[in-house]
Design a protein around this ligand. Structure first.
Ligand code: GLP
Length: 241
């Protein structure tokens, strides 16, 4: 695991470099994508690189990590809507190659079909992750087993509160989500985790220096052969020497 600590802007630039290098080398790459505040600036960089003619998404396939149960793709707080607004609508990606779990029709029985789709596309080359303040990745909350495929997960109360800032009221935050499982995440060939801000410091420290344990889902990444963590100075406060 490589850990890069720098300013937020430099972390974003360096993370964008990974995507840039991959898309230059493999124009038909399969990307795993995340939502939330953390990746927004990175998506802005990718759009700028596309507009400047440096990269194209024409042959790219994407799989997003997660989606709220009960929200249609055109709901303003759905992760499909987020992705359209923050990236897909601004680049030359083929809409048919963009995948976000279906928050309306996924059932416990068919959720793992998402893993089959990822496999059929050749597997994820580069997966982008954020981290929850409680150490979650995707919506794999503390206690999630490491062998899960895509599934329907209950959200922790703390996660619902953290994400309430995007909704009109805390009660509107869905109680469940469809999320890639930890096994799904670990199958990606290469992973980038970005963590920004003081409220991520404890989770980053626990993930990087604590035991590898389902109590801190992000700690599983220490078992993956190709992970780069970009933490800004605030998020890295607990691991800086
Ligand atoms: C959400 C998402 C995660 C994301 C995390 C952090 O609940 N399910 O994929 O990484 O919380 O979000 P943010 O970047 O807004 O802090």
């Amino acid at each position: 695991m490589q850990i890069i600590i720098d300013s937020t802007a430099k972390c974003v630039n360096q993370a964008a470099e990974h995507f840039y290098a991959l898309l230059r080398r493999k124009p038909d790459a399969v990307l795993g994508l995340a939502t939330g505040s953390t990746p927004e600036a990175l998506y802005g960089r990718l759009i700028a690189q596309y507009e400047a003619g440096y990269i194209s998404f024409r042959q790219v396939t994407t799989f997003n990590l997660d989606e709220y149960v009960g929200l249609a793709g055109d709901h303003p707080q759905s992760y499909r809507h987020f992705m359209q607004e923050k990236l897909f609508d601004h680049v030359d990606i083929d809409p048919k190659r963009t995948h976000v779990p279906d928050g309306l029709h996924t059932t416990p029985e068919n959720a793992a079909d998402y893993d089959k789709m990822i496999g059929a596309a050749g597997g994820i080359d580069l997966l982008l992750l954020g981290i929850g303040a409680n150490g979650h990745i995707g919506f794999n909350e503390p206690g999630s087993s490491f062998d899960t495929l895509t599934h329907i997960a209950d959200l922790d109360e703390s996660t619902r509160q953290a994400n309430a800032r995007f909704f009109a009221s805390p009660e509107e935050v869905p109680a469940q989500a469809v999320t890639m499982g930890i096994h799904t995440i670990m199958q990606a060939r290469s992973i980038i985790l970005m963590a920004f801000g003081a409220n991520k410091a404890q989770a980053v420290a626990a993930a990087v220096t604590g035991p590898v344990s389902s109590d801190v889902p992000a700690s599983v990444l220490r078992l993956h052969p190709d992970v780069t963590i970009y933490a800004d100075d605030e998020a890295a406060a607990g691991i800086k020497v």
